[in-house]
Design a protein around this ligand. Structure first.
Ligand SMILES: *[C@@H]1O[C@H](CO)[C@@H](O)[C@H](O)[C@H]1NC(C)=O
Length: 486
């Protein structure tokens, strides 16, 4: 019991240090100054006068990550380390590639909710709730192209490609630097290792099993992919692994071996199941240490039938919540760009995925016909006080952004990523002769949109033409003509 408590508090400390949502920005943007020696929460801001459109830009998300590794998956992250303009904006993006049978193993993001859509292939996904939620329930779902799934902040989740073809997914996370704790690595691969006495007691297995598991995450990994580390070097082991010893560590006496193909520990599977339990205990306690009060439970799935009005939506009874509540489909289908502007935004927000309630993130697909425009608009700033992060990340051919009197503009091609800081007016235009498709994420469950032209000239009732004539320094006839367009 004592050993279990030690392990749990170790894990709890590791995750609770980071278990808080990102702070809201206090200015238009705060591009990370990586050269600064000053350590702050996040990064020090660059001189705004030195900031250019390049600071909000990254590329290469069209390139597949290398999945030739033990688990058969690769995450390509576009976070604040790659895109300095994300600093203080509380959002980031990932591309995940999965080989056939590829796994993104059970892990958590201590600072972020994740929303993910399948671009190609198929994906089995799931997350497990904490101990307090009626005993660690698993919510799981098989996804196909265009499907969307949500993994609530801090909960352990996984993705597995059960098919015979590769899978590609695009995800967004509600932090500039979400962090990842891969459960197996954190428990068995810590440096220095957690004592095998502790782990053997915690998982109720013998030390050899622990050693075998630790071997998968310790020094040999650096030497070759099929090597394992044996931390107790007995004469018996030397005999057993003769011919496959690659390296002998003098202190403590231990060896690195080429793993024999039949070297499967009988208790390994039983152990793996217990890893999840311990990590869940750790998460449950770290939640209680978090300083940011939002969210206040594993999830709060919106009850759209409730008549009670609250900030966001009332929560559904958690016992009737299903995997479907975190799921949506159809993001592979193009929106109809037939109307005037030649663009169409398909939004996956809390109105479409009720599980997004309180989680501070949503996703969009935007289609642009040739010469299509997504008109200048800022996301409004008053719908969701738990999360003041409404930044869009988008991949498309042409983007412009206006910031005070400075315009930050950039031509984008496939795989490029661009950031629109919270609340600032921005637009996107497809100058080409072919269709454009972009996937974006916004740091709110319900970002809202104010299209400037509509808000100014199309309000009901209209803003007085005298006011607008003065504001725009034109005559009233021009205003009347403009208002007539809306
Ligand atoms: C966007 O596309 C959808 C699906 O084709 C369509 O129902 C909707 O009316 C379109 N929206 C606009 C604003 O054109």
């Amino acid at each position: 019991m004592a050993a279990k408590i030690v392990l749990i508090s170790l894990l709890a400390m590791a995750s609770s240090l980071a278990m808080a949502s990102d702070p809201s920005p206090l200015q238009d943007f705060c591009v990370a100054d990586k050269a600064s020696k000053v350590l702050v929460n996040g990064f020090v801001c660059k001189d705004p006068m030195q900031v250019t459109a390049e600071d909000f830009f990254a590329m290469g998300l069209d390139k597949a990550g290398n999945t030739e590794n033990k688990v058969g998956s690769m995450v390509t992250a576009v976070n604040v380390n790659k895109l300095a303009g994300l600093n203080t904006l509380g959002i980031s993006m990932v591309r995940i590639d999965y080989a056939p049978r590829g796994l993104n193993p059970p892990h958590t993001h201590p600072r972020a909710t994740e929303i993910l859509t399948v671009i190609e292939g198929q994906l089995l996904v799931g997350f497990v709730t904490s101990n307090t939620d009626n005993g660690n329930r698993l919510f799981t779902k098989m996804l196909k192209k265009g499907d969307v799934f949500v993994f609530p902040e801090g909960l352990i989740h996984f993705q597995f490609n059960p098919g015979h073809t590769k899978t590609v997914a695009i995800g967004a996370l509600s932090s500039q630097n979400p962090g990842t704790i891969t459960i197996a690595n954190a428990v068995f691969g810590s440096k220095p290792p957690i004592s095998d006495d502790v782990l053997a007691k915690a998982f109720q297995v013998d030390k050899k099993t622990v050693d075998w598991l630790q071997a998968h995450f310790t020094p040999c990994k650096r030497m070759a992919t099929n090597t394992v580390y044996i931390s107790t070097l007995s004469p018996n082991d030397q005999e057993r692994f003769r011919g496959s010893i690659l390296y002998i560590y003098p202190s403590p006496p231990s060896i690195c071996i080429t793993a024999p193909s039949n070297f499967i520990h009988p208790q390994a599977l039983q152990m793996a199941a217990k890893i999840l339990l311990i990590a869940l205990l750790a998460l449950a306690s770290s939640h209680a240490l978090a300083s940011d009060p939002s969210p206040l439970q594993d999830f709060c799935v919106a009850d759209m039938d409730s008549k009670v009005r609250v900030n966001g939506f009332v929560c559904k009874d958690p016992t009737v919540v299903k995997a479907e509540d975190f799921f949506s489909t159809g993001l592979d289908k193009a929106g109809d760009t037939g109307k005037k502007l030649g663009s169409n935004v398909t939004a996956v927000n809390v109105n479409k995925i009720v599980g997004l309630n309180t989680l501070g993130i949503s996703m969009v697909r935007i289609d642009y016909a040739p010469k299509g425009l997504n008109a200048p608009h800022p996301p409004p700033c008053h719908r969701d006080p738990h999360r003041h992060r409404r930044t869009a990340l988008r991949r498309l051919r042409h983007i412009q952004q206006r910031q005070r009197q400075c315009l930050f503009t950039k031509m984008l091609k496939k795989g490029d990523v661009f950031v629109f800081p919270e609340g600032l007016i921005h637009f996107q235009f497809n100058p080409g002769h072919t269709n454009t498709v972009a996937i974006g994420a916004l740091s709110s469950q319900n970002p809202g949109t104010i299209t400037i032209a509509n808000a100014v000239f199309g309000s009901k009732p209209p803003i007085s033409d005298e006011v607008l004539a003065k504001a725009f320094q034109v005559d009233k006839k021009t205003i009347d003509w403009l208002q007539a367009q809306f």
